[in-house]
Design a protein around this ligand. Structure first.
Ligand code: ADP
Ligand code: MG
Length: 280
């Protein structure tokens, strides 16, 4: 069985009332342990609703959502699921609750009833893993947005999570903060095999994923390698989405008659392709 298996998941908010709204319709996919998956989609396409199902914050109206053989519909499985699947949300200011960084990171392990010595060790290691060990005595309000998000990630690591979901966790950050957060989670993905699910509007973040899922109006409409997904720029535009700048440029250069490969994703790829073909 895959690490995550979502089968025919439908979610209806406020069912049976006038506000009834179907936010997810018959969504099915699998995610393997250690995969890095990006989820794209216009505002309102159901990305956050989907993320909340993956750690049992919402329950299916129909269909099922399983994480390592645990079903979000089983009340006795939900805590185990929340521990395994850590979530980082958009607003850095809503996520840290304690007055000191180390207390915040200790919050999860304390709730799990870990021994105090083990908690201290988990806090130290988790803060190290996100490069925040020098800030453990700081008050969160003294940190930048990117640092706050890294502390939130440390909080999940301290509970031994093996999957992180970033729900537009870089959207409110400045470019430096975005880079810090993405570099941190990519390193954790590479070094520890952390399963990484990144919901984003930044196409350069999605370009680094192993696989991209595209949502439209509550449905999963595409799943593939970033190269495949971004190859069809006009289709992405129709879905209200951009493609990475280098992909857009390569596409326009091809329209202008240049011969360039179709797997260009980054500025480095584009430069290498131009050099290989046109610089002598
Ligand atoms: P995304 O994250 O892709 O922007 P969401 O999953 O947040 O999309 O929302 C999908 C749709 O569900 C939106 O149209 C939104 O208005 C609606 N929605 C979200 N939360 C609720 C709720 N608690 N009650 C009713 N409708 C909701
Ligand atoms: Mg959202």
């Amino acid at each position: 069985m895959a690490f995550i298996e979502v089968n025919n998941l439908t979610h209806i908010y406020s069912q049976g009332t006038e506000q009834e709204f179907c936010a997810l319709r018959d969504v099915s996919f699998k995610i393997e342990q250690g995969e890095f998956v990006a989820i794209l989609g216009a505002n309102g396409s159901g990305k956050s609703t989907l993320a909340r199902h993956l750690n049992g914050l919402l329950l299916p109206t129909e269909g099922s959502c399983q994480i390592q053989n645990l079903d979000t519909c089983n009340p006795q499985d939900v805590w185990q699921i929340r521990r395994q699947v850590g979530m980082v949300f958009q607003n850095p200011d809503n996520q840290l609750i304690a007055g000191v960084v180390e207390d915040d990171v200790a919050f999860g392990p304390e709730n799990l009833g870990m021994e105090p010595a083990k908690i201290r060790q988990q806090v130290t290691e988790s803060l190290k893993a996100v490069g925040m060990e020098n800030f453990r005595k700081f008050a969160p309000h003294l940190l930048s947005g990117g640092q706050k998000q890294r502390v939130a990630i440390a909080g999940a690591l301290a509970m031994n999570t093996n999957c992180l979901i970033l729900d537009e966790a870089t959207a409110m950050l400045d470019p430096q903060g975005r880079k810090e957060v993405m570099a941190t989670v990519e390193r954790l993905h590479q070094e520890r095999g952390l399963t990484l699910i990144v919901i984003t509007h930044f196409m350069d973040e999605a370009a680094k994923a192993d696989r991209v899922l595209v949502m439209e109006k509550g449905q999963l409409v595409q799943s593939g390698k970033p190269q495949e997904i971004f190859a069809d720029a006009p289709r992405m535009h129709k879905l209200g989405l951009a493609v990475p700048l280098a992909v857009e440029l390569a596409w326009q250069l091809r329209q202008g008659g240049l011969q360039l490969p179709h797997d260009i994703l980054s500025a480095d790829d584009l430069i290498a392709a131009l050099e290989a073909r046109y610089v002598h």
